[in-house]
Structure formats: C-alpha cells, structure tokens
Design a protein around this ligand. Structure first.
Ligand code: LCS
Length: 394
C-alpha cells in the first residue's frame, strides 16, 4: 500500500506500488508488450466502450508506464500524470490539450531553445498564437493576455539564464484572467519545487534530465488535475501517440529512487562551484540562485527548498575565449542536456539557443559570453580543478 503521507524520499523509492504481487519481484516488471489479450470478444468490446477497465494496447495504457505515472503524480502532489516519449512531446500535447485553432498562449521568453523553435516553426501551422514576454515583469504578463489566451507558460529556473519566475504571482494573474498556469519544472525537479502547491495548474518535465538522472533516456511528463489529464490522455495523447516505451519508463522508475540523494549532491556541488566562479578574475558574472548576488535570490529561497544544480556564468571575453575555455576542460563533458551524474558544459548561444535570432537572444539575456554548467555529482574538488584549468587557458 502506498501512503500519500510518506515523505518524498519514501515515495521516490516505493511510490510506484511496491513488490509485484504475482512474483514478489522487488524491481517493477517491464511489461514489454504492445498488446494485451482479451478474455473473449465481449471483454474486448467492454474495454473499448468503457464498461470494463484494463489494458488494451500500449499506446493507450501500459502497466509499467502507468506505475511511473502513479509515482510522479505523488511526487508532484498532483491528481494524475501522463508520460511521453520526450519533454517536447509533453509540451506539444499540453498546448494541443489547452488550445484550439485561433487561440493563443503567453510564454516567458527565456526558455529552452527547442521550446522556442516549437513556437516559431509549428504554432503558425496549427494557428495557435504565442506571445513571449519577460515573465519576471508581472505587468508584461498581464498586458499580453487577451480573450483568446488559454494559458501562461513559464520555465523556472529558466534555461539557460537560471532566471526565477514567481509561481504564486503568475498563478494569481492567470486565475484572475480565467486562464491556466503551466510550469516547466525540469530544472528544479519535484524534490526542490512543487508548482502545483504554489497554484500552478499543470507541471511539465523533461524527464530526460534529473528524473532519469543518468543520461540514458529521453522522456517527458505532465502532471495536473484529473479533468485536464483525462482530456490530455483520452482526447489528445493516445491519438498523437508520442508515448514512452515500457523500458524507458522502467529506467525512470529506477532513476527516481535516487533523485533526492542525487539532488542533494548536485545542489551542494553547485553552491561550491558558484562561489568559486564568483571570485574568479576571469569570470564577469555568475547566475546561481543560491548566491545573494542573484537578482531573485529571495524569491528562489521562498519557492524552492534548495537552489539546484544549474549554473550560468559570463566570462570576461567573447565567444573565442569561451570556446578556448570549454575545449581545455578534461573532466567536464562538452554536451547539451543536463541533470546527468556527469558535469556537462555548453555554450548556449551557439548550440541550444541558436534557435533564437540574435535580437531575441539578447532580449532573453542569453549573452555570447555565457557558459552553462550542469553540475554533476563527481568530487567537487575535481570539477573545480578542471574549471581552473579551463579558465587559465582561456
Ligand atoms: N524543457 C526544458 C526546460 C528543457 O531544458 C528541455 C530540453 C525540454 C523541455 C525538452 O525536453 P526533451 O524533449 O529534450 O526531453 N533541454 C535540453 C538542453 O538544455 N539541452 O539539450 C536538451
């Protein structure tokens, strides 16, 4: 029996339902089956009409992905979750669930470059409008909402600038205007931040990141109230078909067991590294919400239980110096993605945020001399030694 009252770390280990009753297997079984046999033809008809409950076909429901959905809903303090084959699929299915052709939504402008690309390339084709605003300015959000706006989307902490948005204040505006608030909680994870408890309607994750935690799976998650999640599952997701495979769901269930332990180390290492970078003569500015110099440090302290594993820093110099610094690193891996056990380093402007025009990038605060670090769980002294080497070669 799973108890909702269990602490986060207990739910992370046991939240998917415990031992398999049939065999006693402690690790949940992987139901690697596309289809499920009916008892007889009437049973098949009853499953399709809704007169009976059960499994039909893995694009519709699979026991392993369902176990993951149950656990993540508990961790995010929501009614239900739906899992997808990627974070982008989770975002796309959310937009299509909440909007019809002719509607629009308002989004924070500092977001993952792939989400920005989805807005630019796909939304015009389905006639859904997007207005990107500086969501740290609540007046700008309010001004952008009109009678066709269906939801407000924010990413906090934001990719890649680690800007913080005020979830409670955004929820208050959204609800006063009669729209939903959707929060991309990828950078924080449910361990550090529960947007639903702060008033958000839906939470999205790229589970590729901290939830999987080992850089071996691409996956997405949406969590929210039963009415919206039922509409998403039955009205949109099963027909679009961007599903997660049972094996990848199992990898995420395994990853979740250690999420609190990994996050504690990510946060501890990141704080030490942010303090190291802040005093380095070749670093112009460090963006880490745990530092008092971060413009939204107090807000981060109020809505997050710790400050996360992501750091951005502006080096003294431009793109060439940045490239020299990154290329000199020996331990840190030059790669996109984040939330892995390994420390990952990337130059956002020339990679993940090259989907922005130079003007939009500047407006979003993504500078050419900004480097993003996804701090891993290695020995922090070794990461600092590697960064010292890179900054010296700059
Ligand atoms: N939301 C956020 C905040 C992300 O950082 C990403 C991917 C996504 C959604 C999309 O998730 P995916 O489909 O990749 O699972 N962020 C990436 C990044 O910063 N580098 O590579 C991918």
């Amino acid at each position: 029996m799973v108890k909702k009252s269990w602490g986060f770390a207990t739910l992370a280990v046991h939240g998917s339902g415990g031992h398999d009753p049939a065999t006693g297997a402690v690790s949940p079984p992987i139901y690697q089956s596309s289809t499920f046999a009916f008892h007889d033809s009437q049973h098949g008809a009853d499953l399709f009409s809704g007169a009976a409950e059960g499994y039909i076909y893995s694009r519709i429901l699979n026991p392993t992905t369902q176990a993951l959905e149950q656990e993540i809903a508990l961790l995010e303090k929501g009614d239900e979750a739906v899992v997808f084959g990627s974070g982008m699929a989770a975002i796309t299915n959310t937009i299509i669930t909440l909007c019809n052709s002719g509607d629009n939504f308002v989004s924070s402008r500092t977001i993952y470059g792939g989400t920005h690309a989805l807005y630019l390339k796909v939304m015009p084709r389905i006639n859904v409008g997007v207005t990107e605003v500086d969501a740290t300015d609540l007046n700008k959000i309010e001004d952008a909402i009109d009678d066709k706006t269906r939801f407000l989307f924010i990413e906090t902490p934001a990719n890649p600038t680690i800007e913080i948005m005020d979830i409670k204040a955004c929820a208050e505006i959204a609800h006063r205007k009669g729209i939903k608030l959707v929060v991309d909680n990828t950078f924080a994870t449910p361990y550090l931040q529960n947007p639903l408890k702060l008033g958000a309607d839906l939470v999205i994750h790229s589970a590729t990141k901290y939830i999987g935690g080992h850089g071996d799976t691409v996956a997405g998650i949406v969590v929210g109230p039963t009415d919206i999640m039922t509409e998403m599952r039955k009205g949109v997701a099963q027909d679009i078909g961007a599903i997660l495979s049972p094996f990848n769901a199992w990898l995420l269930l395994r990853g979740l067991k250690t999420l609190p332990v990994r996050m504690d180390r990510h946060c501890k290492n990141a704080m030490r590294i942010a303090q190291f970078l802040a005093f380095h003569p070749r670093v112009e500015k460090v963006w880490y919400p745990g530092l008092r110099t971060h413009p939204q440090h107090d807000l981060a302290a109020a809505q997050m239980s710790n400050f996360g594993g992501m750091i951005a820093f502006d080096i003294k110099g431009g793109l060439e110096e940045g490239k020299r610094m990154i290329d000199a690193l020996e331990l840190c891996t030059i790669a996109v993605s984040l939330g892995d056990c390994d420390t990952l380093v990337v130059h956002p402007a020339s990679t993940i945020h090259s989907t922005y025009s130079p003007e939009d990038r500047e407006a979003a605060g993504i500078k050419d001399n900004m480097i993003r670090l996804s701090v891993g769980i290695e020995a922090v002294e070794d990461i600092i030694e590697d960064l010292t080497l890179g900054l010296k070669k700059m």
